[in-house]
Design a protein around this ligand. Structure first.
Ligand SMILES: O=C1C[C@@](O)(C(=O)O)C[C@@H](O)[C@@H]1O
Length: 889
């Protein structure tokens, strides 16, 4: 393949002299082993100080600043760089290849020919030229450990103005790249080389290997990864190699967080409605606290732990009980990064690090523990989580220094009173702590103490009022601990610390006493929130799996809501729904997705652009400002009954489609200016699909539909000026991506399945079928399959099927047989829950328990398949109009 791809990747040269690297690497190892323990070239004398130094600057950079990836051989930094350069449209510069291009020598032959001093000087010059001429728009890759002290100092200096990311990996993966070295030796290299790399970088990313045997970023005996061979067309995709998708996702999330999304990362922005709301601005949010060791042990699934929570807190407990020198050892530090990547892999909520020292930190204490604690906090900041806690008893200047280097992370001041002060929350220390957090410009303040009597919980509310009067913008998380303090957890509104639900993790006494479900239940029991009724309406919805997913999710979150099926021929039912004070919202199914717009008073920007609504919510309180409703106020009024003032329409179908395309699209087919998408159908789902493709940056979209007239109408909707007036713009809450920056998407109609694929366009790599796969009202199913002449993409692609009745459609069966050519399928049962998660958020203002909803959809589908009983039950509900779907335990 593919000169085009090669060009797109901006890769300068592909040949790699293996023996060069190996020798250079070994030489550098020796060098690292023997350097004096000072400077950036060897194990630092004071590793804590080194770590802290890396967060001394603000670490907020120019929007276009080049990114540097540093790491030992085998950490996968080159593969990460290739991915990022492709997706973010950055120029890729690998220093060793560039050196060969400039000098005509490989590193090894140059060193042999000219001696070490001249070699280092030449390397330094090459590096200097690259760093100074490539200040913006590039991703630069190197291993400074093998480049001499001068080069390391130069890269260290670059951290003042650029993100320099240290890529770390597990011993086993490195071992594979350096066969013949003992594991102990590799560990030693990671320790020593790792310290040197930490000293010349300001961020750190842990590249998590899932399954070593399937990992395609690991370099082979020739030093070339499978990923690179694919990217450069040296091999064709025999497997979908989707394992890399996770790495891609994690790294893009990381980059998005550390750069604040300033890099053009089209895939990065989460489309979940709640992801657009700052987590600390919303009421009744929960932070699930999980010990670091439990994350590392892998004993629980992250999605189970995260269930119904808004933030994932990684708790590093009792650090000071470790042997002192181990606290900041390289392997210990690597554990932090590893845990963060494990969590980020499966969660959609922000992550917080909370380091707890067993020892109480006293103000002015300059002792060893104090120093180590500071270093661990600085190390957490290097990893780029959304939040990090900092002990409020540290000296002002220490907190200020950490705060200065926090980058895009938020710092939450934290204090635990080991015992209740004699006057509880009335004690002057409490207000002083909050005032310190404000004075030091921390983003939030968390204080807790053991409760003596139930009145301590009321006193806490009084304290909350006082802090709010003082500074309403600094979020206060205040609660009492112990059994008597549980009530205060229920009524703390922001990021209440909770323990994970039923995961089998041993209960730790110092851990939060309640789960998110328990807290939520108490809000309904005390009438703060109220039970609501949700519906799905449509003309033929007997088979829908939505009630099963939503009802199970309410139960799991502790909400007394119900989700009912209402099969109907007309939209009149909506008038009946809104007369009920407990109406919570309705999902909208064909044929009403467009028609229902007439009943709404406001639409989300997405629904407006798509011209279809699948989620309708009542508005009771919010008032539009300049014709727009604030998303936060819409969320804040969920779960509260009362007279409905008007209806707001949104669309979550496009979110489901976008997620499924992303999931199935291998990195090799990352969206570029010539990517082509094909949509089958021209109904409401097809509208949402075209929109999802536009949001992903696809600029050439083709429609095929049995009725060409309908396809043309749909194409005109998107091509017409009407749509472009509504197109995504900054501040609209929509992602603005490559497609919109580099060219406008155009939708074209392809008339016949017998037509050859238009020669001036690339073959489609993204195909979405939006037509039913079963008979409807006597009309036989279309049984669509792709004409062979439209399936010629040399890198395969993704085919998403919307229909799930039946699950194995003729199209999916056809494409499954093409897996060896790089084709990936995503079926209708993967898509259905994805749109439902966003719908759940819009209905309830809470994060959806995703794993549970997926499982419910599957379980109900297969139950219905097995004995046809599910179908009968659903039909009965539909006929009974509003009979609650039976919850299955
Ligand atoms: O189109 C669909 C599918 C669905 O109706 C179902 O339950 O099958 C649920 C709707 O929210 C979605 O827009």
């Amino acid at each position: 393949m593919t000169e085009n791809l090669t060009t797109a990747l901006h890769i300068e040269s592909y040949g790699r002299a293996r023996e060069d690297d190996a020798t250079t690497h070994e030489a550098s190892l020796e060098k690292v082993r023997h350097v004096p323990t000072e400077g950036v070239n060897g194990p630092p004398k004071d590793s804590e100080a080194m770590i802290e130094a890396s967060t001394r600057t603000s670490r907020i950079f120019d929007a276009k600043a080049s990114v540097v990836l540093v790491g030992l051989q085998g950490t996968g930094k080159s593969s990460l760089a290739v991915m990022v350069s492709t997706i973010c449209n950055l120029r890729l510069i690998e220093i060793d290849r560039h050196f060969r291009k400039v000098t005509g020598h490989s590193l090894n032959t140059h060193r042999k020919a000219f001696g070490i001093a001249a070699h280092h000087q030449a390397l330094l010059e090459v590096l200097q030229a690259v760093l100074s001429t490539c200040q913006t728009g590039c991703v630069i890759v190197c291993n400074p450990v093998s480049m001499g002290r001068g080069a390391q100092a130069m890269i260290q200096d670059y951290t003042k103005s650029h993100p320099v990311i240290h890529v770390v990996r597990d011993v086993q993966s490195l071992h594979r790249c350096l066969p013949g070295r003992s594991r102990a030796r590799i560990e030693h290299l990671m320790d020593v080389g790792g310290s040197a790399l930490r000293a010349c970088s300001n961020f750190e990313f842990y590249n998590l290997t899932e399954d070593i045997s399937a990992d395609s970023t690991t370099e082979d005996a020739e030093g070339v990864s499978e990923f690179r061979r694919l990217a450069t067309g040296q091999i064709s995709p025999k497997t979908p190699f989707l394992t890399l998708k996770r790495v891609e996702r994690e790294f893009l999330k990381f980059l998005g967080q550390i750069t604040g999304g300033v890099l053009t990362i089209p895939f990065r922005e989460s489309t979940y409605p709640l992801s657009r709301i700052a987590v600390q601005s919303k009421s009744f949010t929960y932070a699930v606290r999980v010990p670091l060791k439990d994350i590392l042990s892998g004993s629980c699934s992250i999605e189970d732990l995260e269930m119904a929570c808004d933030l994932f807190e990684i708790s590093v407990d009792n650090v000071s009980s470790s042997i002192d020198h181990e606290v900041t050892s390289a392997s210990r530090l690597n554990e932090f990064g590893r845990a963060l990547t494990i969590v980020r892999r499966d969660t959609v909520v922000p992550v917080m690090f909370h380091v707890q020292f067993g020892e109480v930190i006293a103000p002015g204490d300059g002792g060893l523990h104090h120093q180590q604690y500071r270093s661990l906090v600085a190390h957490c900041l290097r990893l780029g989580p959304e939040y990090v806690t900092v002990d409020l008893l540290l000296d002002d200047e220490v907190i200020l220094q950490l705060s200065k280097g926090k980058g895009r992370s938020k710092l939450m001041g934290h204090h635990t009173f080991a015992s209740r002060p004699s006057s509880g929350w009335e004690d002057g220390q409490c207000l002083m702590l909050f005032e310190r957090a404000c004075k030091l410009s921390l983003d939030a303040c968390r204080i807790n103490m053991p409760a003596d009597k139930i009145w301590d919980n009321f006193a806490l509310q009084n304290f909350r009022r006082r802090t709010y009067a003082l500074q309403p913008d600094v979020a206060l998380i205040a609660y009492n601990t112990g059994p008597i303090g549980r009530m205060s957890l229920c009524f703390n509104s922001t990021l209440t610390p909770v323990r994970p639900e039923g995961t089998g993790l041993p209960a730790i006494p110092s851990f939060p006493a309640l789960t998110a479900r328990e807290c939520t239940r108490s809000l309904y029991a005390s009438f703060v929130l109220e039970p609501m009724k949700f519906y799905i309406i449509g003309a033929a919805i007997a088979y829908t799996l939505s009630p099963a997913m939503h009802n199970a999710a309410y139960k799991c979150c502790g909400m007394p809501h119900s989700f009912l099926v209402w099969q109907t021929e007309t939209l009149d039912v909506i008038r009946q729904m809104v007369n009920d004070d407990h109406f919570g919202g309705t999902a909208v199914n064909p044929p009403f997705k467009t028609e229902v717009i007439a009943l709404t008073h406001s639409l989300s920007p997405h629904a407006k652009a798509i011209g279809a609504v699948n989620t309708l919510i009542p508005v009771r309180q919010s008032v539009p400002v300049d014709g727009q409703l604030s998303e936060l106020s819409l969320f804040e009024e969920r779960n509260r009954a009362g007279t409905v003032k008007f209806l707001h329409g949104d669309n979550t179908d496009w979110i489901g489609v976008r997620t499924c395309i992303r999931r199935g699209l291998s990195p090799i087919n990352a969206v570029g200016p010539r990517t082509t998408g094909l949509v089958i159908g021209a109904g409401g789902m097809a509208r949402a699909t075209v929109y999802a493709m536009i949001q992903l940056g696809v600029q050439h979209i083709f429609l095929y539909n049995r009725s060409t007239t309908n396809a043309e109408k749909l194409a005109a909707h998107y091509n017409g000026s009407g749509f472009h007036a509504l197109a995504p713009s900054a501040g609209s809450g929509m992602s603005c991506n490559e497609g919109h920056q580099h060219g406008r998407s155009v939708v074209r109609v392809i008339e016949s399945l017998a037509d050859p694929w238009p020669a001036s366009f690339h073959q489609p790599t993204i195909v979405v079928s939006c037509i039913p796969a079963h008979d409807i009202a006597g009309n036989p199913a279309a049984n669509f399959t792709m004409p062979r002449q439209w399936l010629q993409s040399p890198t395969g692609g993704v085919v998403v099927e919307m229909a799930y009745k039946p699950l194995a459609t003729p199209l999916l069966e056809q494409i499954a047989a093409e897996a060896h050519r790089g084709w990936v399928t995503v079926d209708g049962l993967e898509l259905l829950p994805e749109q439902a998660f966003a719908q759940f958020e819009l209905f309830t203002g809470r994060r959806a328990p995703r794993k549970l909803m997926r499982a419910e959809a599957l379980r109900n589908y297969w139950e219905a398949q097995k004995c046809d009983l599910g179908i009968t039950q659903n039909s009965a509900q539909a006929e009974g109009q509003g009979i609650e779907h039976p919850l299955r335990d």
